[in-house]
Write a protein that binds this ligand. Structure first.
Ligand code: CDT
Length: 308
């Protein structure tokens, strides 16, 4: 048995006026709870350190940059890294990253149990739009503030497992999981900020939005015989509701833990990485069963081309 006790640290809302220090203190409190339950890995949401700022239209790049981190760890996040090291807990955190040469990414990092960063993933699938959209009930300006990630979908060996990361909208794209599946991934950790309301179809409803989120993660877990841990930042951020629905999914696609609130809430599950073996050796033994001669369109064509 290769067991990792994983904490999915769902976070409640971060208001625009909340300082990084106040937010990090909440994250440390979740980490302490995780330690008491024996976790060796805790996963935090996308853009964990700030409000979901892409809902706000900004013209001034200096203002935009106030939502980004120039280095990690930094002064505000050091208490989290220090406590994680003392407790021997690996962490995965999402944040807005500004690189020394001025690039902007939506990023997630993974540490080892000594709080050393061993992996960095930059969000590939950026939803939303670049310019102010008058037709939406509210804005989703990820394409304005971030560049598409340049990392691809790497995996890392840590805690005797093969681990990969995704960020929010990435969780809806089967290609992303499959690229990691082809590297033997056994655990996909991901954070998200998903508005409770569809800005382009208000009638959609929360139930369907939660269903689509869960469907994406459970299907991918089964089809790649991997654990998936999806962690929300939820609740009302300055009048804009984000849905919860954080889950831990086993390699058969079953949800083994699910958040019940839209606040700070820790889900814990002892995840046995050896549960991935059966699926990987049988129905999803890629080496024996995949037919790559028929998959070319997936990488040669982006959009739909219908027959004449
Ligand atoms: N953060 C993020 O990627 N949210 C998207 C919302 C899509 S609506 C523009 C998501 O897929 O959950």
């Amino acid at each position: 048995m290769r067991q990792i006790v994983i904490g999915a640290a769902q976070m409640g809302p971060n208001q625009k006026s909340d300082s990084r220090e106040v937010i990090v203190a909440r994250m440390v409190a979740l980490l302490e709870q995780a330690a008491a339950k024996g976790c060796t890995l805790v996963v935090f949401p996308e853009l964990a350190l700030t409000t979901f700022f892409p809902r706000w239209y900004m013209d001034d790049q200096a203002e935009v940059d106030t939502w980004f981190e120039d280095e990690m760890p930094n002064e505000a996040t050091r208490p989290l890294f220090d406590r994680a090291r003392e407790l021997g807990i690996a962490i995965s955190i999402g944040y807005a990253e500004k690189t020394p040469d001025g690039h902007h990414f939506n990023t997630q990092i993974l540490t080892d149990r000594q709080a050393k960063i061993i992996g960095k993933y930059r969000k590939t699938h950026l939803p939303g739009h670049s310019d102010y959209d008058h037709d939406r009930a509210f804005q989703h300006l990820e394409k304005r503030y971030f560049e598409p990630g340049d990392t691809g979908f790497p995996v890392w060996r840590t805690q005797d497992a093969i681990v990969g990361m995704l960020i929010c909208n990435d969780r809806r794209w089967p290609e992303a999981y499959r690229v990691m599946g082809l590297q033997g991934v056994e655990l996909v950790v991901l954070g998200y900020n998903t508005p409770s309301v569809n800005s382009q179809m208000g009638s959609e409803g929360l139930e369907q939005r939660l269903y689509h989120s869960e469907l994406s993660m459970t299907a991918a877990a089964y089809q790649n015989a991997t654990w998936v841990v999806g962690v929300a930042k939820a609740g009302d951020e300055d009048g804009h509701p984000l849905m919860g629905g954080s889950i831990i999914v086993d390699p058969n696609g079953y949800v083994v833990a699910r958040a019940e609130t839209e606040g700070d809430e820790l889900l814990v599950h002892a995840c046995d990485m050896d549960l991935c073996n059966f699926g990987k050796e049988t129905i999803f033994d890629f080496e024996r069963h995949r037919r790559i001669e028929h998959y070319g369109l997936i990488t040669s064509q982006t959009g739909v081309v219908r027959p004449a």
